[in-house]
Design a protein around this ligand. Sequence first.
Ligand code: SF4
Length: 295
Amino acid sequence: MASVKKRLPGNVAGEFYVDSTCIDCDQCRQIAPATFRARGEHSIVFRQPATAEALRRADKAMVACPTGSIGALGKRDLSEAIAAYPERVDGNVHFCGFAAESTYGGSSYLIVRPHGNVLVDAPRFARHLVRRIEEMGGVRLMFLTHVDDVGDHAKFRRHFGCDRVMHGDDARFPIERRLEGEEPARLADDLLVIPTPGHTKGHQVLLYAGRMLFTGDHLAWSPEEHSLTAYRDVCWYSWAEQTRSVEKLLAYRFDWVLPGHGPRHHCSSREMHHHLERCVRAMKGERQRSVGNTR
Ligand code: SF4
């Protein structure tokens, strides 16, 4: 719960504010970019929401914020914002909102499928979200991209009885479907797991329906560079391996990238392939510049 006593000085005057507990996860800036902006190591309100749509988005950011760092001076009815999650991204793929602090505010997704729903990485185990997921058919499988973004996985497992799918090199707790090695593994006709060591040793991505790639912390979209990118400063295992794993994705076609952190991106699969080629070139260039410093 945000505290007005901790209100960051960079907020503009008005109803909404961000307090000093903000962990700079970026969720509010993605959900309500007309209201929130980065300032130093936090987000702030740079413009108060003035339209119904801007207010709706600010409320949704408040619900998604993993640390409860967004406050409002008046009492707000958040029932509509709460009910908005899981929110449809495309087709039967939904963004869960309700980010968990333990994942540093990572994004998680729900794929609604006739043969059983899939939760991609775990959100906060929030009562309203759990009820909505129940109404949408529950969870059959929980795909965990890597150890950092597992969130409240154990609570979701207990509640829905779903099998967790994770690579053995990242599994620090008992899981039901442990994958090993570097060969892609097909969980179902529409679900392909691709091991992508690099960010962590056991990182893996999920290709859904041959077009939507859930990338965890392996690959992200940079609006500034208008390109796919990977983050070397948060590469915990091996940048050389991560570069190789990104290059491996050139063998696949997809038109959506849905990362654990940062904005989602959709374009034609042809354009995405060009973005991926560019990203590989940039990563290799960086590797060459840093020879002797790669892990
Ligand atoms: S969602 Fe919350 S923690 Fe994340 S950047 Fe915004 S205010 Fe900070």
